[in-house]
Design a protein around this ligand. Structure first.
Ligand SMILES: *[C@@H]1O[C@H](CO)[C@@H](O)[C@H](O)[C@H]1NC(C)=O
Ligand SMILES: *[C@@H]1O[C@H](CO)[C@@H](O)[C@H](O)[C@H]1NC(C)=O
Ligand SMILES: *[C@@H]1O[C@H](CO)[C@@H](O)[C@H](O)[C@H]1NC(C)=O
Ligand SMILES: *[C@@H]1O[C@H](CO)[C@@H](O)[C@H](O)[C@H]1NC(C)=O
Ligand SMILES: *[C@@H]1O[C@H](CO)[C@@H](O)[C@H](O)[C@H]1NC(C)=O
Ligand SMILES: *[C@@H]1O[C@H](CO)[C@@H](O)[C@H](O)[C@H]1NC(C)=O
Ligand SMILES: *[C@@H]1O[C@H](CO)[C@@H](O)[C@H](O)[C@H]1NC(C)=O
Ligand SMILES: *[C@@H]1O[C@H](CO)[C@@H](O)[C@H](O)[C@H]1NC(C)=O
Ligand SMILES: *[C@@H]1O[C@H](CO)[C@@H](O)[C@H](O)[C@H]1NC(C)=O
Ligand SMILES: *[C@@H]1O[C@H](CO)[C@@H](O)[C@H](O)[C@H]1NC(C)=O
Ligand SMILES: *[C@@H]1O[C@H](CO)[C@@H](O)[C@H](O)[C@H]1NC(C)=O
Ligand SMILES: *[C@@H]1O[C@H](CO)[C@@H](O)[C@H](O)[C@H]1NC(C)=O
Length: 746
């Protein structure tokens, strides 16, 4: 019994370092917002809270990241002096202008996201006080045309002004932001690029000019921007462009995207100066008579990816074509009419090729030298008229490790098709209408690690008969069955014994409304289970299949039909660290608070619940604009009674300071937990019972294991007290009393 007492004490000790809310009380936090640390940064998350103005008065001066995305803020006033804000996110609001003093005094500001507003004017001096400014996002705003220099900053590196309705960029535009390394001008109707506009940007490395209605680029446009490595020019009509001159100065270019740019021919010397090119995308241009060999010439020695999809190439793809592109790893030839014999000769010099895309090529036959590709990982031969003579054609692919035959209109695959492909590791058959699979079809694929059968019209998950009865497929770890209209039996396992080693299983969008308790009896090693987009309900025992999955680490139950959930269902999944419950019709009741407390206190981390608080992707530069939140909804009776419910204060939970109008049925879990008045009811001893079970179980066999567990617990206790000490030192006012406790603990 001693060990469970120690463990209980350990759990209580660690639990006490968090509030029941997951909110930290250390710094000020606006009433409508949720605040927490992200690493060492104090995050104030006020996103999607229907705010009409910035809560200037309630901000802590130590706010590091302020997220105001998705509100209805219309104007910016100066922030309080001395605020140490690093990142300000006000995407998707209703701002109309950025005045000179909008960011006055924000000396520490590094990142500003103003995208998706209604901004027509930005004062060039708005960012002058931010002496370390690096990133400004202004995309999707209707900017009026700019005269003279756009912004002034001596440090700015990243500027996104895509889709801002700019029809011209004056030659002084970048004069006061010469430190830029990345500029995105896509989606502005520029029509032409004048010489000189980028001349001051000598540090520019990435330039995006997609969909700018460009018809011409003047010869000297990039004459001074010699450091450009990454250039996108897709979706334009660049017919009258002197490519050798335009690209001639870009000696450092590594990535060039000219997709859908109206190119019809390319002269021999087009890329002759671009000797560092690694990725070249020429897809969706009518390069009918392109002589690949001459155009790529001797300049392509570093090329790793070449995309020539849908170029209608009729010209010679000859044995010489890729002679000098010996580093090529990925080649797209999809959508070009090709003949197997040509292909064979052309591909011979490419032994390093890893990915080859040949879909929609009208191939009736396959080259029989595929076995030269020792490195070929992915072969895509979808959408070719191969069906009838299938088996014979695939026969030479004995050494292939990765085969993608997805979306090939195959309705039947002969039982011997893969019999000789014993090296196969990853097989993709998704998108074929495979109503059933032949007995023994995958039998010989003993090295298989991954099989993808998404959207195949399958009714039974995976018939054991498709595998040999007498074998366990030791390497088969990942099965993807998303999008099949599965019919799950009322009892018994859904996968055969041969698949006992599977750890990643995707059963998303499979029309599953229930899974019996033994559903995963033969596949108990699952660590990552995706059940998103099904119709699972909250009936008693509907999640009992979880009891068998002791190794489970990650589960997606998003977009199901769950109305309530009890942390108790996860009792047998001690390793669980990611639980996705987004987009379920949860009812707001104290079970929500119980789940919250379970994540926060038993699991020790609210991040376990996906969407409970801002995830990393919500608070990084160029990140998400719209966060996925966990929601529950009040029913009408509750809403009518809300005035009495709203301020039930519970110790440990942060109350709302201002009176609130509750007219919306949908609440985020974070807000509901604060206003619910639900007592923290987590039965802290429950997981102790479970660990105790392991302890007793092990004791029967190895006495030393039990001792080890107790030792680990003791160690945990030590770590917990160190953590507590650190945490408590930050709270000056309570230091004295608590250090005494710590001394006792030690
Ligand atoms: C914001 O307001 C809209 C309607 O005006 C409502 O549907 C939504 O639930 C509100 N969001 C929050 C977080 O209160
Ligand atoms: C915020 O803007 C949305 C969309 O324009 C609108 O539906 C909503 O009513 C507004 N909410 C408030 C509180 O103004
Ligand atoms: C901006 O550039 C102009 C020249 O184009 C210069 O006169 C002005 O002083 C600069 N402003 C700042 C704030 O650097
Ligand atoms: C190609 O680069 C060389 C220097 O390496 C330069 O002299 C030449 O002018 C460039 N070609 C073009 C067309 O700019
Ligand atoms: C390949 O490069 C060599 C020199 O590096 C050159 O002589 C040869 O013409 C090039 N081959 C093709 C097909 O361009
Ligand atoms: C399975 O592969 C082995 C060689 O690894 C081969 O001997 C056997 O014939 C294959 N089975 C079938 C049914 O083709
Ligand atoms: C397993 O059964 C298959 C036929 O079902 C047979 O070809 C194979 O040799 C057997 N393998 C072993 C290891 O017994
Ligand atoms: C998988 O489960 C078996 C028992 O079913 C067990 O012996 C084996 O160690 C497990 N493998 C892994 C990787 O957990
Ligand atoms: C969700 O469950 C409710 C009953 O709880 C049922 O009426 C409804 O049809 C279900 N929705 C779907 C999409 O299965
Ligand atoms: C509304 O929710 C309350 C509290 O959860 C519950 O007691 C009541 O039965 C519900 N009313 C309806 C109409 O569903
Ligand atoms: C409404 O609130 C009153 C006062 O708190 C309470 O007595 C009553 O039971 C509530 N009604 C419902 C339907 O929750
Ligand atoms: C809610 O309760 C807290 C603590 O009791 C109190 O400070 C606050 O003023 C109350 N808010 C409202 C809106 O009644």
């Amino acid at each position: 019994m001693a060990h469970s007492t120690i463990l209980a004490f350990y759990l209580i000790a660690t639990g006490l370092t968090y509030g029941f809310n997951g909110d930290s009380f250390e710094l000020e936090c606006p009433d409508e917002c949720d605040c927490h640390y992200f690493r060492i940064n104090w995050v104030t998350d006020c996103s999607e809270s229907n705010l009409t103005e910035v809560p200037y008065d309630e901000l802590s001066l130590s706010v590091y990241i302020l997220d105001l995305n998705g509100n209805n803020i219309t104007t910016l006033k100066p922030f309080p002096g001395d605020i140490k804000m690093r990142r300000l996110q006000i995407a998707n609001n209703r701002l109309t202008r950025v005045d000179k003093d909008a960011f006055k005094g924000l000396e520490y500001l590094i990142d500003v996201d103003l995208s998706g507003n209604n901004i027509s004017y930005v004062d060039p001096e708005a960012f002058l006080d931010a002496r370390g400014l690096l990133n400004v996002e202004l995309q999707d705003n209707p900017l009026t045309s700019v005269e003279g220099p756009f912004l002034a900053s001596s440090t700015l590196q990243y500027l996104d002004i895509s889709y801002c309705n700019l029809s011209s960029i004056n030659t002084q535009f970048f004069d006061n932001i010469t430190t830029l390394t990345t500029v995105d001008l896509s989606g502005n109707p520029l029509k032409t690029l004048e010489a000189g506009m980028f001349d001051v940007l000598t540090s520019l490395e990435t330039l995006k000019l997609n969909d700018c209605k460009l018809t011409s680029i003047s010869e000297n446009t990039f004459a001074s921007a010699i450091n450009i490595k990454y250039l996108e020019l897709s979706g334009n009509q660049l017919i009258n462009t002197d490519w050798p001159e335009v690209l001639g100065k870009l000696l450092r270019l590594e990535y060039l995207n000219l997709r859908k740019s109206g190119l019809t021919s390319l002269s021999e010397d087009t890329f002759s100066n671009c000797t560092n090119l690694v990725t070249l995308i020429l897809a969706d241009n009518e390069l009918r008579d392109l002589d690949v060999a001459t155009t790529l010439g001797n300049s392509v020695t570093h090329l790793e990816l070449l995309d020539l999809s849908n170029c209608n190439i009729q010209g010679p793809i000859s044995g010489e074509t890729f002679t000098n592109a010996t580093r090529l790893k990925t080649l797209y030839l999809s959508g070009n009419p090709l003949v197997a014999a040509d292909l064979q000769a052309a591909l011979e010099p490419l032994p390093k090729l890893e990915k080859l895309f040949l879909s929609h090529c009208g191939l009736r036959d396959l080259p029989d030298n595929f076995n030269v590709f020792d490195n070929l990982l992915e072969l895509d031969i979808s959408h070719n008229p191969l069906e009838n003579v299938f088996t014979k054609l695939l026969a030479p692919l004995e050494k292939l490790e990765y085969l993608n035959m997805g979306y090939s209109n195959l309705s039947y695959i002969g039982p011997d098709t893969f019999a000789k492909m014993t090296s196969m590791k990853r097989l993709v058959l998704s998108g074929n209408d495979l109503l059933s699979l032949e007995a023994g079809l995958f039998g010989n694929l003993t090295q298989l690690t991954t099989i993808e059968l998404e959207f195949c019209g399958l009714k039974r998950p995976l018939n054991g008969l498709a595998f040999f009865k007498n074998l366990t497929y030791m390497d088969l770890r990942e099965i993807r069955l998303g999008g099949n209209p599965l019919v799950i039996p009322a009892s018994g396992p859904i996968f055969p014994k041969q698949l006992s080693q599977v750890s990643i299983l995707d059963l998303s969008n499979c029309n599953i409304s229930s899974l019996n308790v033994d559903a995963f009896k033969n596949t108990e090693n699952i660590t990552d289970l995706n059940l998103g987009g099904n119709r699972l309900r909250s009936e008693l025992g509907s999640l009992s299949f979880l009891e068998r999955l002791h190794h489970l680490e990650k589960i997606n139950l998003g977009s199901n039909n769950l109305t309530t959930i009890d942390p108790e269902v996860f009792t047998h999944n001690p390793k669980l660290h990611s639980l996705n419950l987004l987009d379920n019709p949860f009812v707001c009741d104290c079970k929500i608070a119980e789940m919250w407390d379970w994540a926060n206190m038993i699991k020790g981390d609210l991040d376990v619940l996906v969407g409970a608080k801002s995830a990393e992707k919500d608070i990084v530069v160029k990140g998400n604009k719209k966060k996925k939140n966990l929601y529950c909804h009040y029913n009408e009776t509750q809403l009518r009674n809300m005035t009495t419910m709203v301020n039930k204060t519970v110790p440990g939970r942060r109350p709302f300071a201002k009176p609130r109008e509750l007219t919306f049925a949908n609440r985020t879990w974070a807000k509901y937990v604060r206003e619910s008045g639900c007592e923290p009811v987590v039965k802290i001893l429950r997981p102790v019972a479970y660990v105790g079970e392991i302890y007793d179980y092990n004791q029967a066999t190895h006495i030393s294991t039990g001792v080890t567990i107790v030792a680990v617990m003791a160690l945990g206790l030590g770590v917990a007290s160190v953590l507590m000490t650190i945490k408590l030192f930050r709270r000056k006012n309570v230091v004295d009393a608590d250090t005494e406790t710590n001394r006792k603990v030690r």
